[in-house]
Structures are given as structure tokens and as C-alpha cells.
Design a protein around this ligand. Structure first.
Ligand SMILES: Cc1ncc(COP(=O)(O)O)c(C=O)c1O
Length: 390
């Protein structure tokens, strides 16, 4: 029999994709299931990319990225994180590629890794593709917020565990790790030689304090086993460009360069040029986006909690509301029904692991008008919903 490797065959297929494939990608569905901003990339960033193409910049670059973008990233990261010093910054083909490269860099087949869940499905499957054993520690829900049981997490991080994957602010829950929790985690991982792979994709979509989520890069030394993966997709409204970066301990750049060579060789040069424009002139874009998303978040969470049977905690970061639906035991079926009967597209909680069952995710990167219409559809669907349905 011709077949892919067992590790690949056993990967979970995307549940959101399953909604689509079931014919539910209809144009009349008001869709909030995809996690991307609702605006195109700002003009000045697009122009930087177009100028580069016009100038004939269509060749390979250095594996680790062109010097100008690595310098710009260094300046950006120093401005953001006091602890960022002599770690190496490497350009990748977006966040998902950064996370795959980080995993290829430090995780061997059969090794045990721990993830805090519910979690973006890609990050759950990446270590599995490489044959790692994935253990999970679940965040706990209460209507006032999501909580990490720190003791449980530290217990799960046994000696011999290779890596902790921590996405904060977290997709889908909007939970953000606190500074005190980070210190305890770093201390523990240092003691046992465990890598921390921090997925910082939403660090600038954070609605508290100075708007920058607590980062392990504020605490780590250049020789700590800490890797930060990041992306231009959310912060600068660039999901289609496929540009991201990794921060790795000093000295690992050369090995990472080999992996990049054999994966993608380099990020496209004109995309890197667009990234430089985003880094150098993008702060007003971020400020505007965060203000807009904060308003959308406040509106949506208030409305969701006003619907009988729904319970949503206020997310401290990201662009998602992850809310509990009373009585739902099959969130995929619930979301299929919503799409089919109410014309509303939400992502099933079970797409983010078994721990997300009973919840649904709503991406609030949308106008208030669209959100209000979505809420109206959901409210009607909940009123019509017979008792005892999944
Ligand atoms: C938690 C998380 N990490 C990383 C990414 C990476 O996105 P991209 O591959 O577009 O950079 C995403 C995108 O949805 C995400 O939700």
C-alpha cells in the first residue's frame, strides 16, 4: 500500500476546513472563523514591496535574511524588550515556518514536549510531524478570565522533557501569561534544561498596560534555552506576505541557516523590504489597529454575555473571543448548524484540542456593523435552539 509516514497520516485535519468542505463556505455566511485582520496591508508597506520588485530585486538572499531587515528587527526588539541583548534574529517565511524551524532545531523524534492548551492547531501538529510526544496542560476557564494552573504546568515539565510550547497571548482563549508566571517557568526550565518555545505572534495585540505582552525576551539571557517565534501577519496586517522571524540563543544562527536553506532557502527579498517599512514606520498602524480591536472586543464580549447560555471571558490579548455554549458537547456540529441554519461562521472549540470542546471562537477583527449582525444571527439561533441538541 502506498502511504505517507504514520506521523503524517495521524495528523488531525483542520476542523475549520471541514466546515468549508461540507459546503459551508457559502458567500452568504457571515464568517468570523478565520484568524486574520479585516483590512489590507497599509499602502506604504505594499509600496515598499512593489518598489523592490520594480527595482528587479528578484534573487535569493542570505538564508538568515538581508542585513537591513535583521538590523531593523534588532532595533525594534531592543525598543520592545529590555532583556533582548545578543541573541540572534533570523528572518523566516512567516510564523508557522518559524515554529517548524524552531522545532526542527531542538526537538528529536520521540522526545516529550509540553503545550499549554487550548491552542492554535498548527502549533499542536508541528511537533507531531517531527515525531515528538505531545503532552498538554489545560488552561482553566472562568467567566472572569482564563487561568494557568502553574503548579500543574511545572509538574508536567518533568526532567527529560525537551520543550515547552507557550503561546501568549493565546489563540484561541486570549489568555496572557503573567510576568510572575514567566519567571517561575523560566527558573524551572533553566533547572531542568528544558527549551521554551514562545509563540509571540500576538504580543502587540495586547489590551493591558503598555500594550506589549510580557515576553520571555524580557527575562532571558542570551544563553538561555529560549526561542521566540513571531510574525508580521497580525501586527502589521500582512498575513498573505508570509514573513516572520525567530530569536534564538547566540550561536545557533548557523545551524538555523542550514535548516532554512533546506526548507525555503530564504524569505522573498521584496517581502523582506516590505517588512523593513513595517518595522520602521508601522507604529501608528499598530496603535490604530489595537484601538479598533479593543473596541470590537469590548462590544462583542458584552453582547455575547447578554445572550442566554453563552459565557465569555474578556480576552487580554489576540483578536478572538472564545466563549462557552451551555449544553454543547459537539462544537463542530454546533458550528455546522450555525453555518447552515443561521448563516454565521464560527470556529469550533474542538479545533483547538479536546480541551476546547464546548466552546466556539469568534475573530473580532471586523467592523462593529458586521459584528452586530453576527450577534443578531447568533442570538436568534440560540433562541431557536432546541434543548438537548449538540
Ligand atoms: C498562535 C499563532 N501563532 C502563529 C501564527 C502564525 O501566523 P503566520 O504563519 O501567518 O505568520 C498564528 C496565525 O494564526 C497564530 O494564531
Amino acid at each position: 500500500m502506498i502511504a505517507a509516514r504514520p506521523a503524517v497520516r495521524s495528523l488531525a485535519a483542520s476542523k475549520i476546513r471541514e466546515l468549508f468542505n461540507a459546503g459551508m463556505g457559502r458567500a452568504d455566511i457571515l464568517a468570523f472563523w478565520v484568524g486574520e485582520p479585516d483590512e489590507p496591508t497599509p499602502e506604504f508597506i505594499r509600496k515598499a514591496g512593489m518598489d523592490s520588485i520594480a527595482a528587479g530585486e528578484t534573487f535569493y538572499t542570505h538564508n538568515l535574511g538581508i542585513p537591513e531587515i535583521r538590523e531593523a528587527l534588532g532595533v525594534y526588539l531592543k525598543g520592545l524588550h529590555a532583556g533582548f541583548r545578543s541573541q540572534e534574529v533570523v528572518v523566516t517565511s512567516a510564523g508557522v515556518n518559524a515554529l517548524m524551524l524552531a522545532t526542527q532545531l531542538v526537538v528529536d523524534p520521540g522526545e516529550r514536549v509540553v503545550e499549554v492548551v487550548p491552542l492554535w492547531p498548527n502549533l499542536q501538529e508541528i511537533p507531531r510531524i517531527l515525531g515528538a510526544q505531545v503532552e498538554t496542560v489545560a488552561l482553566e476557564f472562568s467567566p472572569s478570565g482564563w487561568f494557568l494552573n502553574l503548579e500543574k504546568l511545572l509538574e508536567a515539565l518533568t526532567p527529560g522533557t525537551r520543550a515547552l510550547y507557550l503561546n501568549s497571548p493565546n489563540n484561541p482563549t486570549g489568555w496572557t501569561v503573567s510576568r510572575a508566571e514567566q519567571k517561575a517557568i523560566l527558573e524551572h526550565c533553566r533547572r531542568h534544561g528544558i527549551w521554551i518555545i514562545a509563540d509571540d505572534a500576538y504580543e502587540r495585540l495586547f489590551y493591558e498596560g503598555n500594550g506589549i505582552a510580557p515576553s520571555f525576551l524580557d527575562l532571558a539571557d542570551a544563553q538561555d534555552r529560549v526561542i521566540s517565534a513571531n510574525t508580521f501577519s497580525k501586527t502589521w496586517l500582512m498575513p498573505g506576505w508570509r514573513l516572520g522571524w525567530l530569536v534564538v540563543p547566540a550561536g545557533l544562527g548557523a545551524d538555523l541557516g542550514k535548516l532554512i536553506e533546506y526548507n525555503t532557502s530564504c524569505a522573498p527579498v521584496f517581502v523582506q523590504r516590505a517588512g523593513i517599512a513595517a518595522l520602521n514606520q508601522g507604529e501608528p498602524v499598530i496603535a490604530r489597529t489595537v484601538a479598533r480591536f479593543r473596541k470590537a472586543r469590548d462590544f462583542l464580549v458584552r453582547e455575547l454575555n447578554s445572550i442566554d447560555g453563552l459565557s465569555a471571558a474578556l480576552p487580554t490579548g489576540t483578536m478572538y473571543a472564545f466563549f462557552r455554549v451551555r449544553g454543547v458537547t459537539d462544537s463542530l456540529e454546533f458550528c455546522k448548524q450555525l453555518a447552515r441554519d443561521a448563516g454565521l461562521g464560527l470556529a469550533p472549540g474542538s479545533a483547538f484540542g479536546a480541551e476546547g470542546e464546548g466552546f466556539a471562537r469568534w475573530c473580532f477583527a471586523a467592523s462593529e456593523e458586521r459584528l452586530a449582525e453576527g450577534v443578531r444571527r447568533l442570538r436568534n439561533a440560540m433562541v431557536r435552539r432546541p434543548q438537548g441538541t449538540p
